[in-house]
Design a protein around this ligand. Structure first.
Ligand SMILES: [Zn+2]
Length: 338
């Protein structure tokens, strides 16, 4: 860096439309430039502009009449005439730590959005979902299910009472209270599923295929765990497009979104992730044990699922991916070893 010399910036002058070179200096005063040769003759006078520079070359000023002044003192010329227009090369040559930090910050931000964007959107949407909407999702979906898929339960009342006891052993519900419901659903078959607001449905077909109260308790505990850990809402939101999530965060629940959330059988077709399944298994057996049921029944259930195949087979499996390590993980949790 150097300032502008008071007796003029030394350099070279070129006459208009010639390649003749003069040893000269440039004086800038009050916005006017004067190009003066070695003998003190003024070669050109008037407004000057700082011209864009070729990389590695001298800095240039263009004066009135087509005179050109060249110097290697880039900073001094810039100080006198301001930055050259379009002179990005010159600026790129200067190291700007703050700019580099901003660029690095932007790159990190882009990477975070690419890597965690959906998770962040889902978390924001969940945090901003009003409890009334979650309750409406439950009501709407249950009504849709009742309209086309379900009838009142035909199970004996004793069995119904046993099931109700589980809700009291569960951790506090995140939204509304847990509602354990029995439904006769011949088209769905043996299944159990949870709606995000706390409604847990067990089909009569499930209770008939797996009459063991401990198994029913273990599976209901697992479903309650999905509610308690908010897996349902997370899974539902993950399946929605980014556009819909943004609309949800903006608080603009339009008619389309309303249909998706309240009317569709979307919740019945969503499969939980493997991590959610393990989490629900661990919490589910705790809930069942606290309610006085045998938590190891979940292992028996997994083994039973492995045996049953075919049309009457477990629909539960399609929405609760069963991996080979799940039974083993539950055994480990219960301290029963391999
Ligand atoms: Zn599950």
């Amino acid at each position: 860096m150097s300032g502008f010399p008071s007796d003029g910036l030394p350099g070279e002058g070129y006459g208009p439309e010639t390649s003749r070179r003069y040893r000269a200096r440039l004086v800038v005063e009050g916005g006017l430039a004067r190009l003066i040769d070695e003998t003190g003759t003024v070669l050109a006078e008037g407004p000057a502009r700082h011209a864009a520079r070729i990389a590695g070359g001298p800095s240039r000023a263009v004066l009135q009449g087509g005179w050109v002044f060249e110097t290697r003192d880039h900073d001094a010329l810039e100080a006198a005439l301001g930055p050259a227009r379009g002179d990005w090369l010159r600026r790129a040559e200067t190291w700007h730590p703050r700019l580099a930090a901003v660029v690095a910050g932007c790159l990190i931000g882009v990477w975070l959005i690419w890597r965690y964007g959906l998770d962040l959107l889902v978390a924001a949407a969940i945090a901003l979902t009003p409890p009334t909407l979650v309750a409406a999702i439950d009501r709407g979906n249950l009504a849709a299910i009742d309209r086309v898929l379900a009838k009142e339960t035909a199970l004996p009342e004793v069995q119904q009472a046993e099931i109700a006891a589980l809700a009291s052993a569960a951790p506090p519900p995140p939204h509304g209270p847990y509602r354990l419901m029995l439904r006769d659903m011949p088209m769905i078959g043996p299944n159990a599923f949870a709606l995000p607001g706390g409604t847990v449905v067990l089909t009569d077909q499930f209770a008939q295929t797996f009459p063991d109260p401990d198994v029913i308790a273990a599976v209901l505990g697992h479903e309650i765990a999905h509610v308690s850990a908010r897996h349902g809402l997370r899974q539902l939101y993950r399946s929605l497009s980014v556009y819909v999530l943004v609309a949800l965060i903006a608080g603009d629940v339009g008619p389309v979104l309303e249909n998706v959330l309240l009317e569709g059988n979307l919740l019945l077709s969503l499969a939980y992730s493997r991590a959610h399944e393990h989490e629900a298994d661990a919490l589910g057996i705790e809930i069942a044990a606290r309610a006085g049921f045998d938590p190891a029944a979940l292992i028996r259930f997994f083994e039973e699922l492995d045996r049953i195949t075919g049309a009457q087979g477990p629909a539960w499996r399609s929405t609760h991916p069963l991996s080979a390590d799940r039974a083993r993980a539950v055994r480990d949790l219960l301290g029963q070893g391999g």
